[in-house]
Design a protein around this ligand. Sequence first.
Ligand code: ZN
Ligand code: ZN
Length: 269
Amino acid sequence: MKVKFWGVRGSIPTPWKEAMKVGGNTSCLQVIPKSGKLVILDAGTGLRMLGNELQDTVQGHILLSHTHWDHIQGFPFFMPAFKPGNHFTIYGANWAQKNLKNILSGQMRAPYFPVELEQMGAKLDFVELEEETFTLEDLTITTRSFNHPGGVYGFRIEQEGKVLVFATDMEYTEDNLDQRLIDFTRDADMLVYDAQYTPEEHRTKIGWGHSTHIAAAHLAKLANVKTLMLYHHDPTHSDQILDQMESEAQQIFPNSRLAVEGLELEVGA
Ligand SMILES: [Zn+2]
Ligand SMILES: [Zn+2]
């Protein structure tokens, strides 16, 4: 199983010269299972670039951690969803008791967008998730909800003994790491975790739903993770600040690494 990072930024895209090494698109991660099937985690603006590379008729799965804008705004620009013959299944929780299809079509209604979801040419199916374990193509996926305004799901994805955990948009500090989160991430080969803030920034943003790179590193250590990918970078963080955060995380958990747009990695390599 491989992963490719298409968007690593949190909150809002950051097309900004000092942040271009790490990248400015919002949350989108492609999981490439052994079968080669198309599996995508989050539909932030990174999804647009992924879509531009899919030329043939495609069938795929898009799993949404939650539906804040930075996790769905790439969807109206995902060209394969406009192509008749293509087929996508979109998975997410029934956030705010609005059904998943309504949440996604809402951001495409006039006067917000010129094309409605119902006019997209591909066949779109919607599956509402609970906390559960299910099989998707050749992957086994477990979902759990965590602490974020409005709710969020983490995904634990397993194939042939290798484990990827995608855990973005959740607020925990090194002093209050939830035992459920430690259990959920335990022994993962790769943990992709919310590292939006520095501890100084977090002090003024308590309740905003995000963690720090320090909490991420402590979690990785406690849960015996192999590789930690620092993810959901704050829009105010330049490449230089992020390099600094990476080296601070490495002092706690040596195998910490910044998630960078375009980076492709084998899970457990
Ligand atoms: Zn977010
Ligand atoms: Zn969020």
